[in-house]
Design a protein around this ligand. Structure first.
Ligand code: DP6
Length: 335
């Protein structure tokens, strides 16, 4: 099944309708997985092997402004993107799914307030905000789960980036992925904080897309991953419902370490740890031994995301003065 088939199935007769407006814009928050998406059952449609579970980054994310034009142009943080680059091509391929005719061109201007390509889910909020902007421009009035499916076609984790708070991405079973989308979990946890510990802003050497595929095909540990995920998912849901922070933190940290263990056992090895990453982990483990409840998670990059409660903010900032503290529930424009 192709991406264009999914788009046709969802838009049906709306697919040939011209945009209702000449410009539109939308914001989408970045998201951090507490139970990771790592491995695809369908690479074309970004269908995952397992479900996953995330928390939003409040007002940290991407704002995309979309307008009609006579020529395609893309700007990321005011920088013009070469449409022949890998990123430019990926974006154009996504836009082509929604182009009603050959004369319809777009100018896309995306502004992010998180480091791009440093494992902080910039592609997730980028594709999610572009999806919402397209929905506004065309006036499709799609349902939230349909928007999530469109965002997934751009990048898997983007399907969790449409809302604030906790989101579960249901893996789904169908071949066309119509049952594979993000769903907001109705639970508030205003005391929860995420600390962004940026250890390097350099672009990663291997993309999460390539790294996860290499892991699936070469890691002897990957077969243990789905069982680990279903165990962690139920623990996370329990933790959120009962506001059990230790259960949340332990589960998220253990899930991230298990994901990295599958990467370390891939061949050639995928290693996103820098010496600074390991040093920071050791500080966190020591602080925990001393009674400070702080946990971490790590994605496809060397940076850590710290998990703690507002009451411990000062103590955490004493040891990690450089962190940016994010309130996942911080209200923003359209979330
Ligand atoms: C480690 O969503 O970037 O951040 O679907 O190929 O675009 P594609 O991959 P992507 O992978 C994210 C991987 C992760 C874990 C997660 O966010 O769940």
């Amino acid at each position: 099944m192709k991406k264009s088939d999914v788009v046709s199935a969802i838009l049906s007769e709306r697919q040939t309708a011209l945009p209702r407006h000449s410009s539109a814009q939308a914001f989408a928050p970045s998201n951090i997985a507490l139970c990771k998406y790592w491995g695809k059952r369908d690479q074309e449609l970004n269908l995952p092997v397992t479900s996953s579970f995330s928390i939003s980054l409040g007002n940290k994310g991407a704002t995309t402004e979309l307008s009609l034009s006579d020529q395609d142009r893309v700007y990321l943080n005011d920088e013009k993107i070469n449409l022949e680059s890998a990123f430019g091509k990926r974006l154009l391929a996504f836009l082509n799914l929604f182009r009603v005719n050959h004369d319809l061109h777009f100018v896309i201007k995306t502004q992010t307030n998180i480091p791009v390509g440093a494992g902080l889910a910039s592609s997730a909020c980028g594709f999610a905000s572009l999806t919402r902007a397209l929905n506004n421009l065309f006036g499709w009035e799609l349902q939230e789960h349909e928007l999530s499916i469109f965002a997934r076609l751009g990048s898997g984790s983007a399907c969790r980036s449409l809302w604030q708070g906790f989101v579960e991405w249901h893996a789904g079973l169908q071949e066309n992925g119509m049952d594979s989308y993000g769903e907001r979990i109705a639970a508030e946890w205003p005391e929860l904080r995420i600390g962004l510990l940026i250890l390097s802003e350099k672009e990663k050497k291997i993309s999460s897309r390539d790294a996860m595929q290499r892991t699936v095909t070469t890691s002897p540990l990957y077969s243990a991953w789905p069982a680990k995920v279903s165990h962690d998912l139920s623990k996370l849901k329990q933790a959120v419902q009962s506001k059990d922070f230790i259960l949340l933190g332990e589960t998220a940290e253990s899930n991230a370490m298990t994901m990295h263990a599958t990467m370390l056992s891939a061949w050639p090895t995928v290693c996103y740890f820098l010496p600074e990453t390991i040093s920071a982990m050791q500080v966190i483990w020591k602080l925990r031994e001393e009674g400070l409840m702080i946990f971490f998670t790590q994605d496809a990059g060397p940076n850590l995301k710290l998990l703690f409660l507002e009451k411990d903010r000062d103590a955490v900032q004493k040891y990690f003065p450089g962190i940016e503290v994010v309130d996942p529930y911080c209200k923003s424009k359209n979330a």
